[in-house]
Design a protein around this ligand. Structure first.
Ligand code: ATP
Ligand code: MG
Length: 208
């Protein structure tokens, strides 16, 4: 490397260090400001891939701290997912439930879907009242609101009135602005591209 190159690298390194110091000061100040200690309500929505898998990332995090986790999936998978198989076999501290019948894109049976939604909600609702659960994941719940299979006020009140220390993660597209309003963190996963659209099949361990 020539002397000129070395001095340019030094300049770049110094600039980077100054920028990082500034960034660190900002983040530290924000961490200092955050003073409320309580559970968080998180909504993972949008058209891109990554909502449910992110929710299961949070399940892993909670398990790392020895926390108790409830998972309720408001959709009937046509195939068992990897997370479902793993959790059922290896994680007795996760209370895992999936809608047994109804709601798939194939059923087209509204009254059957509503009955299945209500039965599944009857499992989720008590979790949202039970302070022994540190984290409750309500996977694909938004569709139950979008299709009006569940009463919006009932669901939103249960989310709002959950134990102070309990965190809740809701996934699914849409869900409405009233849901967004009551959540603390709302992330929209945007689709930039998806392998499926290039004809690549859903992959075990990645998509299911
Ligand atoms: P994942 O469970 O992979 O995190 P997700 O929860 O964001 O996905 P869902 O709408 O619940 O998305 O769809 C679940 C399945 O559909 C997964 O197999 C996923 O790869 C696939 N999928 C997600 N987004 C898209 C998309 N934009 N186009 C096609 N398939 C998708
Ligand atoms: Mg999903």
């Amino acid at each position: 490397m020539s002397e000129q190159d070395t001095s340019q690298q030094d300049k770049k390194n110094q600039k980077h260090k100054a920028a990082m110091e500034k960034q660190k000061a900002k983040v530290d100040a924000r961490i200092e400001e955050a003073s409320t200690e309580r559970g968080v309500a998180l909504l993972l929505t949008g058209n891109g891939k990554g909502k449910s898998s992110s929710a299961f990332g949070i399940v892993m995090r909670a398990l790392g701290y020895g926390q108790k986790v409830g998972v309720v999936q408001f959709i009937k998978g046509q195939q068992l997912s990897g997370e479902e198989m793993y959790i059922k076999d290896h994680c007795p501290q996760v209370d895992f439930h999936q809608m047994g019948t109804g709601f798939t894109w194939n059923t087209q049976d509204r009254s059957g879907d509503i009955a299945a939604a209500e039965k599944t909600w009857a499992i989720a609702e008590p979790m949202l009242k039970d302070g022994s659960y540190d984290v409750v994941v309500l996977d694909e719940l938004t569709y139950m609101l979008a299709y009006k299979y569940l009463d919006e006020d009932t669901v939103l009140n249960a989310l709002k009135n959950r134990p102070v220390e309990q965190s809740v993660v809701v996934t699914g597209r849409g869900g409405g602005s009233a849901l967004q309003d009551i959540m603390d963190t709302v992330s929209e996963v945007k689709e930039v591209k998806h392998a499926f659209k290039a004809g690549i099949k859903a992959r075990q361990g990645v998509d299911l």
